[in-house]
Design a protein around this ligand. Sequence first.
Ligand code: NAD
Length: 268
Amino acid sequence: MPRRGAIGKGTGMHKGIGVAGIAGRMGRLVAEEAQAAGAKVTGGIDRAGAETPPGVAVLHDMAALAALSDVVVEFTHASSVQAHARAIAGTSCAWVLGTTGLSAEDEAAVAEAARHVAVVHAPNFSPGVNLVIALAEKMAAALPADAYDAEIVEMHHRQKVDAPSGTALGMGRAVAKGRGVNLADVTESGRDGHTGARKTGAIGFAALRGGQVVGEHTLIFAAGTEHIELTHRAFDRRAFATGAVRAALWVAGRKPGLYSMMDVLGMA
Ligand code: NAD
């Protein structure tokens, strides 16, 4: 079994990494980090008229980019996900998807693509956040839901279009899993006005937006006698780009399936 993560002979990386959303904040960093890791950037796609970085070939669409690449790393917009899932499913290219704000239909399209190609789908590619998510599940399993109220507070830059963040939802799913419940059944999000008392066992979300905050998440377990808070602060979105490139190197050449960042980090 070749060692994953190294580039070159004996690994799954032969053609290189394509970048969907190449003109975006994340896409530009992914291209830089891929090159810094020694991988070839095969090209990129973006919306017509977008200002793409010099030196990266701009392809016509996802199918064309996937045909040239071992892996496409995507940070775009949720509205692209279904079409891109269908396009990549018809190729032999793996997909690292970081876009957040996906609907249930988008998630189903990703799962369908993962029947044909290897997909790493993660709301957050930073190793630190994934460690927090793993701890959140363990804490939720240990702390009784009727005594410890779980609240998740997140803050992001003013340009962010979805709320709560994909990472906050990932933390919420981990708490729900630790408690053996479905997140959708216990979510209390966007409280405003006369909401009534907090429901026992609810998982609450609050989203703040402002300035250029890269990403801050705090999970609070609040009991009558003590509070426990778990906070992650990202100072530079390069942390996500480095993680996404790590996922790309890991997933190249893998068999079809839906993988998470926990799989990439060996924490699954
Ligand atoms: P951005 O707006 O700076 O970049 C998105 C880019 O995608 C833009 O250049 C846009 O033109 C392009 N795009 C949109 N639709 C497209 C399409 N159909 N085909 C090709 N390109 C298309 O946003 P960003 O800050 O780079 O974030 C992008 C996404 O990644 C968001 O959903 C964000 O929440 C998510 N994100 C995830 C992580 C993570 O670790 N998983 C980290 C940061 C951001």
